[in-house]
Design a protein around this ligand. Structure first.
Ligand code: F6R
Length: 258
């Protein structure tokens, strides 16, 4: 089987449905499913589909454990609505039967030795994991999680500095530019690669350049964090036609599942 399974659909809605079906399969096949989750615009439709499946009693999250990819560091108290913890509750957790005891975020209330806090998070993944399916969005600069360009392949959960382009993309959610966090805690590329299956979704022409570079590179290069996925054996990349618009058709046909 191809390492990278590329699925291009006309619309985002088609991808939302297919991605939710793949996640639902993981829930049905495992008595104690472990999911890695993402925030941002891209997964919202997938979460809506999962909620519908839960309401239709097709799936349950009762025994599911989740680990989110990242969380902002230093978010202001009155900006709590922009935290990823809040996002996940609003868009998924409060609408399904998950036990919140089984929900994990990278730690942001750090002690004197943050590396101990990060290790605890990683140890928890190792204890209940591996993550059976890691959902990813894609930054316009090719980031996955908040692993920005120049992130090493062996990176694990740690504090990261967000790049000006990521800060600018994130600023639409904040009252003013000054309120946008400049740091986050993110799973590392290596943490992501430990998961059994990866499902990356990307929509719109602003993601096209990163995808074009990804398929041209065909191996890991620090300039494009997403390229770490060339080191994984089971990756789905699901994109709409706009995101696929600059892909060289010849170089992708062998990966293509229409
Ligand atoms: C979010 C995350 C980020 C986003 C990416 C794309 O948890 O890890 O990598 O997936 O920035 O964001 P959207 O989907 O808003 O375009």
């Amino acid at each position: 089987m191809e390492k990278i399974k590329l699925i291009i659909c006309k619309t985002k809605e088609e991808i939302d449905a297919i991605a939710a079906n793949i996640i639902a399969e993981v829930l049905k096949e495992n008595s104690k499913p472990v999911l890695g989750l993402a925030t941002g615009k891209s997964p919202l439709g997938i979460y809506e589909n999962l909620i519908k499946k839960y309401q239709a009693k097709e799936i349950s999250f009762k025994t599911t454990t989740t680990f989110n990819l990242d969380e902002y560091l230093g978010i202001k108290k009155d900006d709590h609505k922009n935290s990823y913890d809040y996002y996940m509750n609003e868009n998924l957790f409060s609408k399904i039967d998950i036990d919140l005891k089984n929900v994990y975020f990278p730690p942001i209330n750090l002690g004197d030795h943050p590396e101990i806090d990060f290790k605890k998070f990683e140890d928890k993944i190792a204890e209940v994991g591996p993550i059976q399916l890691q959902l990813l969005g894609l930054g316009t600069n090719g980031h996955i999680g908040f692993n920005e360009p120049a992130s090493p392949l062996n990176s694990r959960t740690r504090i990261v500095d967000l790049t000006p382009s990521t800060i600018a993309s994130n600023s639409i959610y904040f009252k003013s530019k000054e309120d946008v966090p400049t740091k986050a805690v993110s799973m590392g590329l290596n943490t992501i690669l430990d998961s059994k299956k990866v499902l990356l979704v990307a929509f719109g022409k602003e993601k096209a350049e990163a995808l074009k570079t990804f398929f041209a590179l065909k191996q890991f290069n620090e300039s494009l964090p997403m390229s770490a996925l060339w080191n994984h054996d089971d990756v789905y990349i699901m994109i709409d036609e706009l995101a696929a618009s600059t892909l060289d058709q010849h170089s992708i046909t062998k990966h293509l599942i229409k």
